[in-house]
Ligand binder design. Sequence first.
Ligand SMILES: [Zn+2]
Length: 294
Amino acid sequence: MNYLRSQLITLRNALVARRREERLNLMSQRGEAPCMVAFYHRVADTHPNGWSISRRGFRKHLDYFQRRFEPVSLSEVQRRVRESYSARPTITMTFDDGYQDNIEFALPLLIERKMPCTYFVSTAHVLDQKPFGHDIESGIALPINTAKQIREWSDAGIEMGCHTRNHVDFGKVHDPAERKQEIVDAKNELEQIIGKSVRHFAFPFGTEQQLTPEAIETVHQAGFEGYCSAFGGYNLVGRDAFHIRRFHGDPQFARLVNWCSYDEKKLQLEPELLMPESEANSHQASHANQTIAS
Ligand SMILES: [Zn+2]
């Protein structure tokens, strides 16, 4: 009986995989292939926790991505979404927070494999070498990248992105001055460190609660080209290109493959975000004729 059941599950999974493969091919033919953006925090074999993946696991992800997708930068994702044409599914690598372990293995491997990556750092943590609250709570203050490392890896070809100054939760920030400090000042500070302009912002935690209209408005005003969320989603042509949706580079490989094979059910789970006035107006004007709304 158990044997029969496992055979049925295998058959069902094979059918789902085939159906999804066909759908991805069809989307590609129509120029509507999804742009996938994965987020990671830390690649290391020591002190494993909920925000780390082993070196072996990370290499397996890269092997899979390179076999199946076209690796592109965040700006290229936005271009495809904006111009409403995407002929091949793409993958973009991103990292949040800025852990020292990443320079030992993950970043050199990404450069070696020519996979574009945006590395989001929180400047006060970098400059003051201040460990993250979530690490202190879990008992190990993991080391943060230094300013010198951030500059060196920026020069080596890793694009640096802004992840606030103090890794704040914008759902709890109600003071406009603090918001400005964590978005505008953080951008300036990072630009000082790397000596070049910073294009993208990633919201700490990145769920609906943090993506407030006020914070998104400030991200616009600061001159960023776009922001990343982290609630899990796809970047589809015709959507709002300013908002880059990301999913977790899940160490559980089957879950990662499920995301990457384009699980339509995930679209239903996406939160409706309240948009700032300015974005709502321009969004309405530029996407009035498109069928997929964001
Ligand atoms: Zn973070």
